[in-house]
Structures are given as C-alpha cells and as structure tokens.
Design a binder for this molecule. Structure first.
Ligand code: FES
Ligand code: FES
Length: 157
C-alpha cells in the first residue's frame, strides 16, 4: 500500500492525506498544526511575514502549496529556539530593539537564520540586507532591523 503523502514540519512527520490540494502551506501551519508564529500578512507574496525554511531556504508559505512539498522539510520560527543560529538571530533582534508590534519579526528572523546558515557569517552585510528586501516592516523604519542584521552576523556561530 502506498503511504499517504507527507512532509516534515519542525522534525515531525505530517500527513497530507486530509489536506485538500490546493491548500497553502501557510494555512496548514497556522490552522491545522497551530503554529501561529508564521504570520499571515498580504497573502500575495509581497510582505515576507509568512516566511519559513524549506530544506533550509527561505520560502513564502503563502505562495507555496502544501502538496508541492511532499517529502520535504519545513522549519518555522517555533523551531529556531533549538538552533544556535536561530537563537543568535532572535537575540540580535531583541538587543537591537528591532521590533515594535512584532508582526513582521518571525519572517525576518526565519529568513535571516536561513541566509546565515546557507551563506555563512562571512557573507557581506549588504548581501543580507538585499536578500531581506522582500520582508516589510511598517513600524520600525528599518534602522534597528539593519542593526540587528549586523549583530546577528557578528554573533552567528
Ligand atoms: S503573507 Fe506571504 S508574503 Fe505576505
Ligand atoms: S515591528 Fe511592526 S511590522 Fe515590523
């Protein structure tokens, strides 16, 4: 018998047998798995609030269908407490005062964690800032976020 389609979320196997196709990864995470750290902003790929890691790469969960990810590995902001780079990035946002309402923060933290793990801490700061250009914040004015990026890059393991 063929096993039901599944994907891994934060290290746990999740069956997609009851998930209609198409259903967005964002909805599976928030409403089926109760992982509300992944935020729903625009739902059109324009704000970055819904960013998760798919096989380590920052990915917009509002534009990704769950069934497209069969056999793949998804990490959400909830998993970053167990990750040294994720912890360094979260602490950098805290120490730089890089959040106000916090709605955009999980997307920034997840994306920056993925970038630092993929590119290493020797990556130029400008490259990180350019790659984060798709993450929008309507509160902070970005200066504190840029400070957090610098701090995270310095502190990343
Ligand atoms: S909710 Fe996905 S990019 Fe805005
Ligand atoms: S802190 Fe409010 S949207 Fe960024």
């Amino acid at each position: 018998m063929t096993p039901p389609p599944s994907l891994a979320v934060n290290g746990r196997l999740v069956s997609l047998a009851d998930v209609p196709d198409p259903e967005r990864l964002l909805d599976v995470l928030r409403w089926r798995l109760d992982l509300r750290g992944t935020k729903e902003g625009c739902r059109t790929g324009d704000c970055g609030a819904c960013t998760v890691l798919v096989d380590g790469r920052p990915t917009l969960s509002c534009l990704t269908l769950a069934h497209e990810l069969e056999g793949r590995s998804v990490e959400t902001v909830e998993a970053l407490a167990d990750d040294p780079t994720g912890r360094a990035v979260q602490a950098a946002f805290r120490d730089a005062g890089a959040l106000q309402c916090g709605y955009c923060t999980p997307g920034f933290v997840v994306a920056l964690t993925g970038l630092l793990k993929e590119l290493g801490r020797s990556v130029p700061e400008e490259r990180l800032l350019a790659d984060l250009a798709g993450n929008l914040c309507r509160c902070t004015g970005y200066l504190a976020i840029a400070r957090a990026v610098r701090l995270a890059r310095e502190r990343a393991p």
